[in-house]
Design a protein. Structure first.
Length: 467
């Protein structure tokens, strides 16, 4: 199959699955913010993010190894799954033994059991769904995504309204949905046929851990970059401010969803095309140019609508959260670009370099948070996050060319960045002619990136008509 056709096909399938599911969650945001106070929402956010921090420790990164090695055509998938699940079973048992220690951490005294259940359910579900993605079963991957979200919604409605479980119900719904989703994949995808303790390979486990272990601290470091600001905001400004800041992420998540869908499809294409020599660099260059164009155009269009989106998606008491959204939109754009370039490290199995660059970003993020949050509040946290992701993007863009030379089109990225910064300044500061400036900036972004997007569309259209 043509490389672009395969990438497009996988992206479309994942888009249907992801957006059909995630949009349902967006429609429930008024419910969440109506039932949960800003303090409760902030507490629930801290619990889920703390659980996400523990997830890579519990699985010692093996979920990454299962996907990467199962995606190689010359690997035995049954050996990969059996070896990976065996490692996960042992690491989960150890995690359960030490999980009571969580209750000694402030904010989490009563939630140790909830965090443990959330972490273990997430890891087993991740192994199952990443395995079927690596095998190219993209339609099933999309279906299970829709099913998972439907389950989260159903359990949310059950736990929050009639059972009135509050914070516990909000977090528990995700954990239970993951557990049910895992059982579904085991039965429907017949994963039990690919698993056997008899074929567990110590050699393969060592190879997978060599790849996966650097991903464990890398995941934690990205968690620090993404979430440390929320803990600092809570400590300095209170859980109410953190509730507003956490809710503000809901609009930038739209871009994160688009980018996440594409990156899932892109990883498979990048791995499968990695053996084509010089052509890979051209493939990376063309895809990156269009990818960054879509991200910046989406960001530019969304910035003027952040107040309106806040009124629609959040309760009235959360309206002031809109002012954090424009900066977080830019942060999400660069986070997505960082992930794209990080695919080079995945393809070349250079996970140590992924760790080093991520560590740099996390360190910078913490320093900037401590400097900015005391004087600027949650807005300072957003700016710190955006600067950190931008710095990691530049670092990776320079370093990754050693392994795969490609054309970054730095002038386009620079102009796009300047344009959205102008939009943010006019938007947040409420400067004169704000609406006119927003329209002009969106048009300028479209003008700068329109040619690459139109050429891509025409190429796709010709292939469809030819077929």
């Amino acid at each position: 199959m043509d490389r672009y056709k395969k990438l497009l096909s996988n992206t479309l399938i994942l888009t249907i699955g992801t957006f059909a599911s995630k949009l349902l969650v967006y429609f429930l945001m008024p419910l969440y913010t109506a039932i949960l106070s800003t303090e409760q929402y902030g507490t629930a956010d801290l619990i889920t993010n703390a659980a996400n921090l523990l997830i890579p420790f519990c699985c010692i990164g093996i979920t990454h190894g299962v996907f990467r090695f199962a995606a190689d055509e010359d690997e035995s998938n049954k050996v990969i799954l059996s070896s990976g699940v065996s490692v996960l079973l042992i690491s989960s048992a150890v995690f359960l033994l030490v999980s009571p220690l969580i209750s000694f951490i402030p904010y989490f005294e009563s939630y140790a059991w909830l965090i443990a259940f959330y972490v273990i359910s997430s890891n087993f579900h991740t192994v199952a769904k990443e395995y079927i993605r690596a095998k190219g079963r993209m339609k099933l991957y999309a279906v299970q995504s829709i099913l998972g979200t439907a389950l989260v919604i159903a359990f949310n409605l059950l736990f929050l309204i009639p059972m009135k479980l509050g914070v516990v119900g909000y977090v528990l719904s995700v954990a239970v949905a993951d557990a049910v989703g895992t059982v579904f994949l085991i039965i429907y995808a017949k994963l039990y046929k690919d698993f056997s303790f008899k074929i567990v390979s110590k050699i393969k486990i060592r190879e997978m851990l060599k790849y996966s272990l650097p991903m464990m601290p890398t995941t934690v470091i990205w968690w620090i970059t993404n979430v440390s600001d929320r803990f600092i905001v809570t400590a300095i400004c209170g859980s109410g401010e953190n509730g507003l800041y956490s809710a503000a992420y809901k609009i930038p998540t739209i871009i994160a969803l688009v980018a996440g869908v594409f990156n899932e499809a892109w990883q498979l294409s990048a791995i499968s095309e990695s053996k084509d020599g010089e052509e890979v660099g051209n493939f990376f260059s063309e895809v990156f140019e269009r990818y960054q164009a879509i991200l910046f155009l989406g960001c530019s269009v969304l910035i003027p609508f952040t107040p309106l989106a806040t009124r629609i998606l959040l309760d009235e008491s959360y309206f002031s959260a809109w002012s954090f959204m424009p900066v977080l939109l830019v942060a999400t754009v660069f986070s997505s670009l960082v992930t794209f370039i990080g695919t080079i490290y995945t393809v070349k199995k250079r996970t140590t370099m992924s760790l080093i660059t991520a560590a740099f970003g996390a360190g910078l993020n913490i320093v900037l948070n401590l400097l900015m949050i005391p004087s600027m509040g949650a807005q300072g946290a957003g700016i710190a996050t955006a600067i950190s992701y931008f710095a990691v993007f530049v670092l990776r863009a320079i370093h990754s060319k050693r392994f795969m030379p490609f054309n970054l089109k730095a002038w386009k990225v620079s102009l796009n960045t300047l344009i959205v910064i102008v939009q943010i300044i006019f938007m947040i500061c409420g400067l004169p002619f704000n609406i006119l400036v927003q329209v002009l900036m969106v048009g300028l972004i479209g003008l700068i990136n329109g040619r690459s997007l139109v050429s891509a569309f025409m190429k796709i259209l010709k292939k469809i008509l030819k077929k």
